[in-house]
Design a protein around this ligand. Structure first.
Ligand SMILES: [Zn+2]
Length: 408
């Protein structure tokens, strides 16, 4: 677009300078490259234009040289698009991400801009679902809510992250302390088919190094046998986020591990990779990197593998029902932020430590999470309560037969 403008400006300039194209034939050589004659050279067949008294083109308002975008928006912000960090720009409290970055992450974002709007160009089966276009303004005039259009060497469209989140129902979380913003697809429980039985298994440690309560340590050999059992018997180990397309699975099952022990990384993770099985780990964010607990880097690596969903088990593992409202809110909201900092993804499920919760807990939860899970209760039936998800406890004492019986 910019190059086109320059060409048009040049043509306008040629006319404005009083230069005329030769009517035909060879343009006579200009023996005097400067002077009034320029106006009439070889112009016998056209009306002569007034002689120019100046040797240069008449003054036109020069098109302002665009400042670099970095000059206009010097402040940077890291924007995490579902676990992938991209460099964004911060302006007037908005975090902006270049359109190509959105498209790289979410192909439906494909679109075109005309300097005034950004329109989506994907194919939409349902016209109602076609995303709205967003109006754009030149970078210099940006006031905080619009798409920013910038024309430098190439055209750029920078779309506010919060606009995308609001329009498309994504989770959006600002982290001013870390100059970061998180955008994560939202798990909408309204899309989950109800009345479906989904066993949600609850584990803790996977190790034969029994440094704590013995029954919480499932042997790695037993874990291997259980994963083998699941895969050989047609079970589909899924994430909670897969519940929205539950009908894709014949025998869905959700494996969960509480607390975030380091053996989940050293013992369980290789098994998950070997059997290509998904599991959800509820980490206590304040314990990450302390003795017996996985580090933030290990949690991040597992999350990036696509086999482990890192979710929240609060910051300090308190009995929530013993805390007052504000203290509960701190544990619930702060752990959400801290998981996002570790994985680049906003968590959407919280496991209540020791299953402890009360009415305050249940009133706070919907502001921060889509689902809350208990310690027991048997096989969960979807839709009974999104904040009282039942689980099935698997202990070190369970034989493979016990395990199979608990699933059925
Ligand atoms: Zn726990």
């Amino acid at each position: 677009m910019r190059k086109m403008c320059v060409m048009l400006a040049l043509l306008a300039c040629l006319a404005g300078c009083g230069m005329t194209r030769p009517a035909g034939g060879t343009e006579p050589a200009a023996t005097e490259p400067s002077g009034g004659e320029w106006g009439v050279l070889g112009a016998e067949s056209v009306t002569p234009v007034p002689m120019q008294t100046q040797t240069q083109a008449p003054e036109e308002t020069p098109e302002p040289k665009p400042a670099s975008l970095a000059e206009i928006c010097p402040e940077k912000v890291t924007v995490w698009l579902d676990g992938v960090a991209v460099e964004g720009l911060a302006r007037d409290g908005a975090a902006l991400v270049e359109a190509g970055q959105w498209t790289d992450r979410w192909s439906w974002f494909r679109g075109d801009g005309d300097g005034k709007t950004w329109s989506f160009t994907g194919e939409w089966t349902d016209e109602q679902a076609k995303p709205p276009e967003i109006s754009c303004v030149e970078a210099e005039r940006f006031s905080g809510v619009e798409c920013v259009y910038y024309s430098g060497d190439e055209e750029e469209y920078w779309i506010p992250a919060e606009w995308v989140a609001l329009r498309f129902g994504y989770q959006y979380l600002e982290d001013p302390e870390q100059q970061a913003v998180y955008v994560t697809p939202y798990v909408d429980t309204q899309e989950i088919p109800t009345g479906v039985s989904v066993p949600v298994l609850m584990y803790h440690a996977v190790s034969d190094d029994l440094w704590g309560i013995e029954e919480l340590f499932v042997s790695p050999d037993d874990m291997r046998a259980q994963l083998e059992y699941l895969t050989e018997n047609g079970y589909d180990p899924i994430f909670f986020s897969d519940l929205s397309h539950l009908s894709d699975y014949d025998k869905p099952v959700i494996l969960t591990l509480d607390d975030g022990y380091d053996d989940n990384y050293t013992e369980l993770f290789p098994l998950l990779q070997e059997y290509d099985v998904k599991a959800t780990v509820f980490v206590i964010t304040g314990f990450l990197g302390t003795e017996h607990y996985m580090t933030a880097d290990q949690a991040r690596e597992m999350s990036e593998s696509g086999l482990v969903d890192i979710q929240s088990h609060t910051v300090h593992h308190p009995e929530l029902e013993e805390l007052d409202y504000d203290a509960q809110k701190d544990e619930i909201s702060q752990s959400r932020l801290e998981v996002a900092r570790v994985t680049g993804r906003i968590p959407y499920v919280l496991a209540y430590p020791s299953g402890s919760r009360n009415d305050d807990t249940l009133s706070i939860m919907p502001d921060y999470y889509a689902l809350g899970v208990d310690m027991n209760g048997g096989t969960w039936v979807t839709g009974e309560s999104w904040y009282k998800v039942d689980r099935i406890y698997i202990s070190r004492m369970d034989t493979l037969d016990d395990f199979a019986a608990k699933l059925s």
